[in-house]
Design a protein around this ligand. Structure first.
Ligand SMILES: Cc1ncc(COP(=O)(O)O)c(C=O)c1O
Length: 395
């Protein structure tokens, strides 16, 4: 029995949750009781340890500007040391309102307009936004599916690194949308290739702290001396479900690069994080690890529910087993149905998931299902899909 409540469904319409706003825009007359499984946050109530810390902060009395304190930076450094064996210094850390702004700044700092940024696809949509939206070129390295797992095509990766115009590699580790945890060997190979061609690396490790049994996250910066110079972008947002607090940490060891990065953030006016985000993050990293462990067990069960559900539909529909986090990548290419048609079908079933096309090449005829919700709600959603598959496709 968990000391925490992972079974009640909190009414997220009340909180103007993005996934609810999107669902209601797509289907305003959606049936009562239906809940979306789209945007990557969880429907569980915030860890009481974090709520207590936020309530103690005298925010209501004075909502002025704040800066990361020594105590805050200590909480972040300790967490990375204890959880990941990554020994950073407080002065390497820079706070910013989110991991996406942190990646956008890495792109501006390390590349010029027209230069290439290497992406392993499919990948979380904003990786394209921070690249192409800022006038850089996305150098696409499509991943392969081998035994229903994503694998890196190292020959393709090396070819892209060899191209003079490609200056930066944006890594997503663990990977969104598949939940793949990259092994130390894979990361070392990536780092060595980047070193050989002097390609910079920024590593988004926002999904690193909910990891399934049998897997271990490796901080990219720990795999080699060259990797130690990468821009590491992290946050407690996903793991502890506090994205609304808008606080991310960026680790940069090299002083010159750190100065350039800080200048870019200053010019963009994003050189600070929300003070409540810092309070929440410090409480998460110091006090809420039991909650993290408990939510990991709930998510592991939900993964199993989803994998068991889709197993009889293979190879027409195939779900990929995630190594980490609360997202499941599902391939429906075996259905022989057009992408849009299948999405409309799922909407008709009141089954709301993220569109695979959001993740770029490799995302067509896929969807991403967010299992960060009470098991009973997940099962209700799957039951509606099951009924729909039977009625529409005779499956
Ligand atoms: C891989 C990845 N990076 C970044 C983000 C967003 O981070 P933030 O809200 O801190 O900008 C997400 C959210 O889904 C994500 O999955």
């Amino acid at each position: 029995m968990s000391a925490y409540d992972f079974t009640s469904y909190y009414d997220r319409k009340r909180t103007k949750a993005s996934k609810w706003v999107q669902m209601l825009a797509r289907k305003p007359d959606v049936k009562e009781g239906v809940v979306p499984m789209t945007v990557a946050d969880m429907d569980f109530m915030t860890a009481p340890e974090i709520v207590a810390a936020l309530e103690k902060y005298p925010a209501m009395e004075l909502l002025g500007y704040s800066r990361p304190t020594n105590d805050y930076l200590g909480a972040v450094v300790d967490f990375y040391q204890k959880e990941h064996g990554y020994q950073a210094q407080k002065e390497w850390i820079f706070t910013t309102p989110g991991v996406v702004p942190a990646l956008a700044s890495a792109v501006r700092t390390l590349t010029k307009p027209g230069e290439g940024v290497i992406l392993l696809t499919p990948i979380y949509g904003p990786f394209f936004d921070v690249t192409e939206g800022q006038g850089r070129k996305a150098a696409i390295c499509p991943m392969r599916v081998v035994n229903n797992r994503l694998e890196i095509d190292f020959a393709c990766f090396e070819q892209l690194c060899r191209e003079e115009n490609n200056k930066l590699f944006l890594l997503c580790s663990p990977h969104n949308p598949s939940g793949r945890v990259w092994t130390r060997e894979e990361l070392t190979r990536l780092a060595d290739i980047c070193e050989k061609y002097q390609v910079h690396v920024a590593s988004d490790e926002i999904h690193s702290d909910i990891v399934m049994d049998g897997h271990a996250h490796t901080v990219f910066n720990t795999v080699s001396e060259y990797a130690g110079k990468a821009i590491l972008c992290t946050s407690a947002g996903k793991t502890f479900n506090i994205q609304a607090l808008q606080c991310a940490n960026v680790f940069i060891k090299d002083k010159e690069l750190r100065d350039a990065y800080e200048r870019d953030n200053l010019y963009a006016g994003i050189e600070r994080a929300n003070v409540m985000g810092m309070v929440g993050t410090a409480a998460a990293y110091r006090d809420a690890l039991p909650w993290r462990d408990a939510v990991t067990r709930v998510i592991a069960e939900n993964h199993k529910t989803v994998l068991d559900f889709f197993a009889p539909y293979a190879p027409r529909i195939q779900a990929m087993a995630p190594d980490a986090s609360f997202l499941v990548w599902v391939d429906f290419s075996g259905m022989g149905v057009a992408h849009e048609e299948f999405f409309q079908f799922m909407t008709d079933c009141d089954f709301f998931v993220s569109d695979g096309n959001f993740f770029g090449p490799g995302g067509e005829k896929h969807f991403r299902l967010n299992v960060g919700l009470p098991a009973a709600k997940l099962k209700e959603n799957l039951a509606r899909l099951k009924q729909g598959l039977k009625e529409r496709y005779g499956m």
